[in-house]
Design a protein around this ligand. Structure first.
Ligand code: NAI
Length: 393
């Protein structure tokens, strides 16, 4: 079939298998063009199919030569529907890994569940014995916790309303939006979904099963961002969850003597998760313009290569005053933020086309689903059914 993008709100409901494969190939090529990394050898990536998790897996495998076990929640193709982008990414990743002689297996299911934790432990025990690196890169709107209750996360402020500019990316109009405060219940529920509880559950389960190596590094991802996004991010409901995640890193390091747990604060990028946050897409579009002009722009793979090559396995691991790894160093550079803030002040529907990189935003958006990828022939027929080598359907 010929696959075309079908955009609905913040997502695209189709994905292009050849485009996703080409994306993965390009990320691998980037990592292979850089100096190799003395890093981990057996890496578990939770949330391995898109965004930062996929790039972490590629940096670990092709930068460090590591065996990788991924966990994702993706859909294979059914009837005439395409699979999800994460499915195609993973199919391509495993094929490239196999060709390179690298171990790569993936488990598709709910990472929050006990069942998937057991499957992962079983696989580690059988294939590896132990794991020496655990990347926690889940981004999910809801979580069914071990108590059987399903909690939903919200993207709201805490305390009071916040009004600022936002963009309708489709019509390219800039307008004021007011984001209302979350109730205490909504904040608590968001913490249950995006906080550190499940990360701790994973580390406990791996420790109890005796599959942690003598020295283990684990890392989860967070975001801080500039003042203008603080009410909706850092001090919003998601920020409360991230604070919990930060505390969990300290708790994990204290609870398991062989484990060092880190938070890496990453750059704001277009991913399936960040597109849903109000105000942030306008900020990202301005940031892209400023960072591209200054030759500082990075995508997920450049960020994750830096994480593996320069940070997570350096001795000592370079961290800020609060113990966090900072990959948002270039985003938060003073000259970048001063320029972004200046543009933010005056941006309007009339100026947005020049003042922000909306085309760059859309390019990244489409590319996440395998569209608009240079070098792909979109007029060619493709088979939507693509197997992930390690997954039996
Ligand atoms: P993403 O949406 O691209 O990736 C999420 C991953 O989690 C996918 O592999 C998906 O299959 C998996 N997943 C979701 N629910 C699952 C479940 N129940 N079971 C198993 N797998 C599941 O998200 P993105 O943006 O890469 O986010 C990853 C982390 O990075 C998050 O903690 C996010 O807050 C953080 N981050 C993101 C930034 C951004 O600008 N996108 C900036 C800084 C941090």
């Amino acid at each position: 079939m010929i696959v075309e993008p079908k955009v609905r709100g913040f997502i695209c409901t189709t994905a292009h298998p050849a485009g996703c494969r080409e994306n993965v190939r390009q990320q691998i090529a980037y990592v292979k063009s850089q100096p190799g990394t003395q890093g981990p050898s057996r890496v578990l990536v939770l949330g391995s199919s898109t965004g930062y998790g996929l790039s972490s897996r590629i940096a670990a495998a092709f930068g460090c030569g590591a065996a990788t076990l991924g966990v994702m929640y993706e859909k294979p193709s059914v009837k005439n529907r395409t699979a999800s982008a994460g499915w195609y990414n993973t199919a391509a990743f495993e094929q490239f890994a196999q060709e390179a002689g690298l171990y790569a297996k993936t488990i598709n299911g709910d990472a929050f569940s006990r069942e998937i934790k057991e499957q992962v432990i079983e696989t580690i025990r059988r294939d590896w014995g132990t794991v020496d690196c655990v990347i926690y890169s889940l981004a999910a709107p809801r979580r069914t916790a071990p108590d059987g209750v399903t909690y939903n996360s919200v993207l709201k402020t805490t305390g009071s309303d916040y009004t600022n500019k936002t963009i309708d990316l489709k019509t390219r109009t800039v307008f004021q939006v007011t984001i209302g405060p979350a109730t205490q219940q909504e904040i608590d529920d968001t913490v249950r979904v995006m906080g550190g509880e499940d990360w701790m559950d994973w580390m406990k389960a791996l420790s109890d099963a005796g599959v942690l190596a003598q020295k283990v590094i684990t890392c989860a991802y967070s975001y801080l961002g500039p003042q203008l996004t603080h009410p909706v991010y850092l001090n919003g409901s998601i920020g409360m969850a991230k604070r919990h995640l930060h505390r969990t890193a300290q708790e994990i390091t204290q609870a398991f003597p062989q484990v060092s747990a880190y938070i890496s604060v990453n750059k704001a990028l277009v991913t399936q998760s960040s597109a849903a946050i109000p105000i942030v897409p306008l900020y990202i579009s301005i940031l892209y313009r400023v960072m591209k002009e200054k030759n500082l722009h990075e995508g997920c793979i450049q960020q994750m290569y830096r994480l593996f090559h320069d940070r997570l396995f350096a001795e000592p691991v370079p961290v800020d005053g609060e113990g966090r790894i900072r990959l948002d160093d270039w985003e938060m550079r003073e000259d970048v933020q001063v320029e972004v803030a200046g543009i933010w002040e005056t941006i309007s529907t009339q100026t947005v086309q020049d003042a922000a990189d909306i085309d760059g935003y859309w390019e990244d958006f489409y590319q996440m689903f395998g569209f608009s990828v240079p070098g792909v022939d979109y007029s060619a027929q493709v088979d939507p059914v693509v197997p992930v080598p390690s997954i039996e359907e």
